[in-house]
Design a protein around this ligand. Sequence first.
Ligand SMILES: O=C(O)C(=O)C[C@H](O)[C@H](O)COP(=O)(O)O
Length: 318
Amino acid sequence: MSDDLVTFGESMLRLSPPGNERLETTGELAVHAAGAESNTAIAAERLGAKASWLSKLPDTSPGRRIANGIRQHDITTDVVWAEEGRPGAYYLEHAGKPRGTNVVYDRADSEFSTAAAEEFNLDRVRNATAFYTTGITPALSEQMRETTVNMLSVARNAGTMVAFDVNYRRKLWEPEAARNTITRLFPAIDVLVIAAKDAEAVLDYDGEPTQLAHHLASEYEFRTVVVTRGAHGAVAIHDNVVHEQEAFETDTHDPIGSGDAFTGAFLARRLSGDDVGRALKYATATAALKRTIPGDVATVSKSEVDAIVADRTEDISR
Ligand SMILES: O=C(O)C(=O)C[C@H](O)[C@H](O)COP(=O)(O)O
């Protein structure tokens, strides 16, 4: 059976001290498997899509730890195993204001960053309804820039819908390099997701979100543009109609991965036939729920999200 959604990207070991402890002094690190595209596939699966994740990892114990962490969420992991090499990792130090949460990447020359498109199961991409990657993938290496172009054209040529989140990471590349690379990918994309702050950083666009969505949709002919605005919710434009959604109230325990949860839920609900307004509501609710959960992954059920969407939540359910 073919997939509703295939995602493609690097997943890493995420290593984080307990609470707000500092990396410099911590004696413990919690281990999670984490990566934008696997996070998105998991959220999509949990919201009702049949999702797969394509990637490459070294066949070592750290590499297998990453795959195991993703597989436990019941998505299909379609991994190219290299005999040796290193997986990516990132260190994450949680903190509130004024320190701020800090990410330290350790992913240069990872096994994934060396992979060519031909190494992957391209029939899975061709046979899927939708294909998804993010701006993190081409940020990883020169090789990955080429691989991303090739993966998108495989999807495009097969008539697989292409969705893409700009996901700008300033610790991986400069805004100008990101702009040049990502705008060249735009013609292959049907559904664009972009954080308003990324539009400002990468595209130098600081206008109002609805105008940004209109501007991108008309300039690059995207079928759908979704602009995310963190605590201010999200705006989408689809077939020239604007949809706006406020954020749901949330007690934040771990904000990392809420953008991926949003996109996974949005795509899953669209692929299930929901209209853009309803998918946006599910996306925003799933992102709010993710913020209450430690780790990168939205370990949520559709019925929990249904309850938020229908305003049926309780402080204590018993
Ligand atoms: O690969 C990277 O560089 C990552 O940043 C992986 C991240 O942990 C997620 O993509 C979370 O991103 P948000 O959902 O926007 O919080």
